[in-house]
Design a protein around this ligand. Structure first.
Ligand SMILES: [Zn+2]
Length: 287
């Protein structure tokens, strides 16, 4: 009997250490086709021998655009994602709205936050909005009030991308922002945060970044050292790992991150700890 208890205890412990050992949180996963995409993501993880303790999943992206004037479709897609998240304890659901839907977008934020959403993603390029529009500011402020982190594309496809996002974050200090791809090849802009922190009362430290896809592009490149210098200037504790699946695999991103010459502590923060802190997941994982 005692042996059985010990064995059961060992099993109970081993269920998490596998994930904890891997120490990965993937904050940027596109599930274009819901559950079928999730099976593809898991198969890719298994093939590469990687495990995640959690992942941020969005239905938005690729063929799914979340366009202005179609709030019914947006609601249906958000509901399908939230239903999927209820079946997978690893999933951090990332819903979407369109800022130009105005009051309907604000109502959808509140509705999905009550339904378990933790993050909202909006994308100036593919959704065709201007990040400097007052409706965007109203939306991100409401998101902050609801405790939602705002994930925005920051690949610098649209002119003035990083500049507008920086001003947005300054105007909404009560909201936490996660800027995907840390400015793409224009990542150098974000070194401004080091200077912004010295201006008293200017900057609320509410900007975080994911390095999905861009890390795979810059590792081994002539600008790799400059990229590392940038990560340290924005603050390693504000940098999160992501895959941008299916465009990139998690393995590609983790491998590239490992080639940057960061310390073990820095890697651990980027791979897992920063996500746990930003999304308040540590308590969840202890259970
Ligand atoms: Zn993406």
């Amino acid at each position: 009997m005692k042996l059985r208890i010990l064995f059961a205890a060992a099993l109970a412990v081993s269920a998490y250490p596998a994930a904890a050992e891997a120490g990965l949180f993937d904050v940027h996963v596109h599930l274009h086709s819901g559950e079928a995409s999730l099976r593809g993501y898991d198969a890719q993880l298994e093939a590469s021998g990687r495990q995640v303790s959690g992942y941020g999943a969005m239905w938005f992206g690729g063929p799914n655009r979340a366009l202005h004037g179609d709030p019914d479709a947006i609601r249906a897609n958000n509901d399908a994602l939230l239903a999927l998240a209820r079946r997978d304890p690893r999933m951090l659901p990332i819903v979407t709205v369109h800022p130009y839907d105005g009051e309907e977008a604000l109502a959808e934020l509140a509705r999905t936050a009550a339904g378990g959403a933790r993050v909202v993603k909006i994308h100036p390029h593919t959704q065709g909005f201007d990040a400097a529009d007052p409706r965007v500011l109203a939306l991100v402020r409401r998101a902050g009030e609801l405790g939602l982190v705002v994930l925005m594309d920051n690949a610098n496809i649209v002119p003035g991308d990083s500049e507008k996002l920086f001003n947005l974050a300054l105007a909404a200090p009560g909201t936490k922002f996660l800027f995907a791809h840390i400015g793409g090849m224009n990542f150098r802009f974000w070194n401004i945060l080091k200077a912004a922190r010295t201006a008293e009362g200017l900057f609320g430290n509410n900007i975080y970044f994911d390095i999905s896809a861009i890390v795979a592009l810059v590792a081994d490149s002539p600008v790799a050292d400059e990229f590392v210098w940038t990560l340290r200037n924005v603050g390693i504790e504000h940098v999160l790992l992501g895959s941008d699946y299916p465009q990139y695999s998690l393995d590609q991103n983790v491998e590239a991150l490992g080639r940057l010459g960061l310390s073990e502590n820095e890697l651990d923060r980027i791979r897992l700890r920063n996500a746990n802190e930003l999304f308040g997941l540590t308590a969840l994982q202890a259970h």
